[in-house]
Design a protein around this ligand. Structure first.
Ligand code: AMP
Length: 138
């Protein structure tokens, strides 16, 4: 399987479609998941092409996981969470829907389940949650 540069996250990286960005460094970008499974659900992606964990370079994985750790602290602080769930899917059979490497980061609270999948978030709420995460990163 090869990388398709027309995937939706590649378009987000090129600013061809809108996204709610919360953080970036030289190697990674973080933005709000548009169908959040929890308030504060973000996606961490490398800025360079990788379909998923199967073709990513060690450097890409290192950069992404460094940012995942940084955002894990930030979302826990922003949402006063007790834990964090990270998820990462590979190929359609593995649950992947967008074929640019990404890690989900979700703040969690004891005995609070995830929202159902596939439900569009409210834009105002997503923007407000992004602001909380940006503030926690400062
Ligand atoms: P998966 O490949 O299974 O990890 O799922 C892709 C994730 O990307 C889902 O959680 C979607 O809600 C999310 N997603 C899809 N399109 C967008 C978009 N334009 N902006 C932000 N998140 C998106």
């Amino acid at each position: 399987m090869s990388y398709d540069s027309d995937n939706i996250f590649a378009k987000i990286l090129r600013d061809e479609i809108p996204s709610i960005r919360v953080y970036e460094d030289d190697a990674t970008l973080v933005f709000m998941d548009i169908m959040p499974r929890a308030p504060g659900h973000v996606l961490v992606i490398p800025k360079t092409p990788a379909r998923n964990i199967l073709d990513a370079s060690p450097d890409q994985l290192l950069a992404v996981m460094g940012t995942v750790q940084k955002l894990s602290h930030a979302v826990m602080k922003a949402f006063d969470a007790e834990g964090v769930t990270t998820q990462q899917f590979n190929e359609a059979a593995g649950g992947q829907e967008v074929f640019h490497l990404h890690v989900h980061v979700l703040p969690r609270h004891t005995e609070v389940g995830l929202n159902p999948p596939g439900v569009m978030g409210d834009m105002g709420e997503l923007q407000a949650n992004a602001a909380k995460i940006r503030a926690a990163l400062d």
